[in-house]
Design a protein around this ligand. Sequence first.
Ligand code: SAH
Length: 369
Amino acid sequence: MEPDKRTNLLDLNRAGMESFVVGMGEKPFRARQLMKWIYRRATGDFEAMTDLGKDFRRRLADTAKISVPDVLISQNSSDGTRKWLLRVDSGQAIEMVFIPEPGRGTLCISSQLGCAMDCTFCSTAQQGLNRNLSTAEILGQVWLANRELGYSPDGNRVITNVVFMGMGEPLANYRNVVPAAEVMMDDFGLDLSRRRVTVSTSGLVPQMRRIAEETNVALAVSLHAPNDELRNVLVPINRRHPIKDLLDACWHYVDRQNARSVTFEYVLLDGVNDQSRHARELATLLRGKPAKVNLIPFNPFPGTQYRRSAEVAIDRFRDLVIKGGVVATVRRTRGDDIDAACGQLVGRVADRTAARLGERLSAMPGVHG
Ligand code: SAH
């Protein structure tokens, strides 16, 4: 088979798209038209792009493509949460989750196949890092979700927020994540405001400093512990970039970006980091700073040594942080019935999906799973 040399347009940000069309002898504004078709109307077919000349459309079909991951499974939760399992390589899958809430719809996407950060409470860590996703694989997730969800009957956009909180460490895939985020914020891309595209990081300090200069997304930081001793265990990258350096990078980010605050994620693990003293220590760390704390009830997965904190412990923790002078909220778990909750990506789902695929295959005549 001839190798496919066509350029996947989902790999290009606006500047890339402009040089691509100029390379084809077209005017740069054609890039904006193309992006509108691709991202606003979720079109994947050049023939349908009727405001482009016939000849240009034909040449596009020869040199370009709009290629996205395959949808393996798509599931709906009773609470409206949707989850897709997407194939990015033969036999390898990533997950994407859409969480509707009153007045907003958040799409949670993946940035890597697996992850190298090795956080002890995260199921993705168990598979290690396989590879970075390409820009097209990242934007392909958004494209697919947009195509399926699009606009509500009253004409409002269904996806209002995108968070890099699926599989992977987005700042470890800086080169591909940044152009993808740019397209999400581009007027001719998804046109989301910069506060509505959130990169969540386990704390890659050098990349945090770099992104502060280069683009303007919202930043969330997975803190999970109020001191280095504990954080070294839960989030091992802390041994390289301890809390003091991490927080310095956060405040620098807020300054450079003129942002309102950084969100600190804190997963509550029963008896590990959820005691009163941890709440007080956390408040002391963040008091008076442009910080918000988002407490996440731990989502268990098979083989984990951790347990979710009891409801009362979660409430007490939140109250103590607030009393300590820091804004704190608890993230409600969504999509429980389809394992779509944060941190449950792929690990157990992949097993179950594999099982289900196996069932389907063995139900087909002549196939034995
Ligand atoms: N690597 C990035 C983004 C992916 S994880 C990061 O670390 O921020 C998105 C969030 O889910 C992170 O805050 C992560 O710590 C949290 N998380 C991971 N596993 C979890 C679990 N089992 N239960 C609850 N939250 C979890």
